[in-house]
Design a protein around this ligand. Sequence first.
Ligand SMILES: [Zn+2]
Length: 327
Amino acid sequence: MEKRIDNYYEKKLVEKQQRLKSAIATLGKEEYLRTLLDEVDAALERVATGSYGICEECHEEIEEDRLLANPLLRFCLDHLSTDEQHALEEDIKLASQIQGALLPPRKMQLYGWDISYYYQPAGAVSGDFCDLVKNEDKRELFFFVGDVSGKGIAASMLMSNLHAIFRSIIDAGLSINELITRANRIFCESTLPESYATLVCGRAGSGGAIEIINAGHCLPILARKSELTSVESMGFPLGIFCVSQYTTRTFQLSPGETLLLYTDGLSECVNKANQEYGIERIHNVLRENEHVSPEELLHAYINDFQSFQEKQKQKDDLTIMVIRRME
Ligand SMILES: [Zn+2]
């Protein structure tokens, strides 16, 4: 485990220790406070001796996302007691349900747009961010596809943080540039220094106009007739610098034209022969399914992705969103 991370835990533990001591001073020596303080003292002792974050059973590193959630852990996932294992399974099940409830409807047809998406976590929860928010007054839709750093529970917590940030500021009537600049600042101030998120954020207006900003994410693909182009634009991922600048790209979609967004769970997926799924294959599926509905296009991707994967377990979270201007 890196030194920088150790310092982080040490600081958190010292804070906990101080709080417990003052609680004991006010409330008296309640037994549970005493036990908790003993655990914190023991954890600080492990930091001092360099054994912090190491499983006491197998001497391997304890999973970082679990330590972040509970810095007092002494055992890795493989060496939990049956009770701990059971409690963990229940927590993950609940986290998965909460995350599922944050997702927008799978299909939306409004303001002249036909939008569908596919969202498949690699495990119980996902670090991919996907959202659709409508503005009824202006008859427009905001769309988001992103990917936060890390995996598992920790990544899913960052994803829900990002979801809450955008949902809380989206009604303020900001331009998408102001929206992403403000979201970046809040995300930056409310997460650990090593956390970040790549993201495409856009607005689809009722007359076919699209505004889009890319914060270090996979390039969206624009399909006009059979001509495919990547929508290039520069910007750092959210959370890297608290003050960051983004460029907005604006273009017009004619009826029948499509914008495709995805995460690297698609483009960077590697098969048994160690080949990447890649942009060319993404283009081919789009070309071969030029005239089908957004839902059918997603099915074509899922089928192609599954045959590419050859029954391997999915390693990364996967999101694909199809935005089509209706005829
Ligand atoms: Zn272990």
